[in-house]
Design a binder for this molecule. Structure first.
Ligand SMILES: *Cc1c(COP(=O)(O)O)cnc(C)c1O
Length: 398
């Protein structure tokens, strides 16, 4: 017997759950790309996107996934042979650094491991040592989706300012923009990038690069930027096609319009609070289960945890078995462990993740946790029963 039939929940950290309203708005005949509704809706779309990043700067939109946004941000900020400093707290920062290397950029990585955030003293030391200002950018990930840690950017800005270091501060916000608090202008981030398929609740296919005037000015230093990746015309187009350097992602734009309406109707503060409460419910369940068994949250300090994704260790092969059971028997798909491989567990089979980003509410999270608790029981994985009750207490505010 399977109990999986019914509405499924893809509880992986991206792509995320797409609201029916977003899907419905995409279900239409192809719109005219030369005049009318679609070109006309762009100025407000741009305005409402920038409100999500909390910036008065500029935004370039790409037909791409997150990897494309990674490329786009680098293409406009750092030239071949120039140098960057990468602050890594997980797999995604490392992957981004390899993309920089492949572009001919010289990369120095400060690796802070998979369990926490930056050591600011080490960051300061590295930037101080760069008195010649060779680093053109400091690249860091807001939420590293592999470790599920969350990093602060205001302290990085403070270090750069204190040293008078001109490097751009570039933030990968793909995992959690629209889920975890992020304030591009207030935190002094020069370039922030994200994608459509996580907190923005759309299908994969759009990449966004937000940038301020300082970054726009820096762009002029670069001799060669490919026409396609160049953010200049995309952010200040004279004709509609220049937004996308070609044909517009027609249906995605309708989906995005609806998603932005949903975001601004609920309000970013309310969305951040919803994600925070649902995350606390998840942590309460996992910590309870872990009292009598191997399960533990990857990030031990709650202040350093994302509210959009949660990575957990449960020991090989339990992670893999649990994912299989939840998907086959309960209709909820958990995320794989990513970049957590060790010599004993090269495939990260002892890890799994919950994606709880975007269009998720209390009943989905309680259903997710209830399914996991049932799976722990069925698979005889040691745990203390009653984690769902602990989650329910958080949800009910008791
Ligand atoms: C998902 C994600 C990416 C990669 O996005 P793709 O759409 O898979 O290319 C990069 N960085 C972070 C932090 C992510 O969460």
């Amino acid at each position: 017997m399977s109990l999986a039939n019914g509405r499924t929940y893809l509880a992986i950290p991206g792509p995320s759950v797409v609201p029916d309203a977003v899907l419905r708005s995409m279900h239409r005949a192809s719109p005219n790309i030369y005049e009318g509704e679609l070109p006309d809706m762009m100025p407000n779309l741009v305005r409402d996107l920038k409100r999500v990043a909390r910036t008065d700067g500029h935004v370039a939109i790409y037909i791409s996934n997150g990897h494309g946004a990674w490329e786009a941000a680098l293409a406009n900020t750092v030239g071949v042979g120039e140098k960057v400093l990468v602050l890594a707290t997980g797999f995604f920062a490392m992957a981004w650094s390899r993309i920089a290397e492949a572009r001919g950029i010289e990369v120095d990585v400060l690796d802070f491991g998979n369990g926490g955030t930056f050591d600011l003293a080490r960051v300061e030391e590295a930037l101080k040592a760069d008195s010649a200002h060779a680093y053109k950018a400091v690249m860091a990930v807001h939420v590293d989706t592999s470790s599920s840690n969350r990093n602060e950017f205001a302290p990085l800005r403070a270090i750069l300012d204190e040293l008078g270091h001109p490097a751009l501060l570039i933030a990968d916000c793909i995992a959690a923009m629209g889920c975890d608090r992020f304030e591009m202008d207030a935190w002094g981030v020069d370039v922030a990038l994200t994608g459509s398929q996580k907190g923005l609740m759309c299908p994969p296919g759009l990449g966004f690069v937000f940038f301020n005037d300082k970054a726009a000015e820096g762009r002029r230093r670069l001799k060669h930027v490919s026409t396609y990746w160049d953010w200049t015309a995309r952010a200040a187009p004279e004709a509609f096609y220049q937004y996308f350097s070609g044909t517009a992602p027609t249906h995605h734009l309708y989906g995005l319009r609806t998603a932005l309406d949903m975001i601004h109707t609920e309000g970013l503060e309310a969305i951040w609070a919803r994600h925070a409460t649902l995350a606390r419910a998840i942590w309460a369940a996992v910590e309870h289960w872990g009292q009598d068994g191997p399960l533990r949250l990857n990030i031990s300090d709650p202040a350093l945890r994302s509210h959009a994704v949660t990575a957990m260790a449960i020991g090989k092969p339990h992670g893999k078995e649990l994912r299989r059971w939840c998907s086959d028997q309960a209709g909820v798909t958990l995320g794989i462990g990513l970049g957590m491989g060790t010599d004993e567990d090269p495939m990260s089979d002892g890890f799994f993740r919950f994606g709880h980003m975007g269009h998720v509410n209390a009943h989905m999270i309680l259903g997710l946790l209830g399914s996991v608790e049932a799976g722990l029981g069925t698979l005889n994985i040691p745990h203390r029963p009653g984690g769902v009750t602990e989650a329910a207490k958080v949800i009910s505010g008791v």
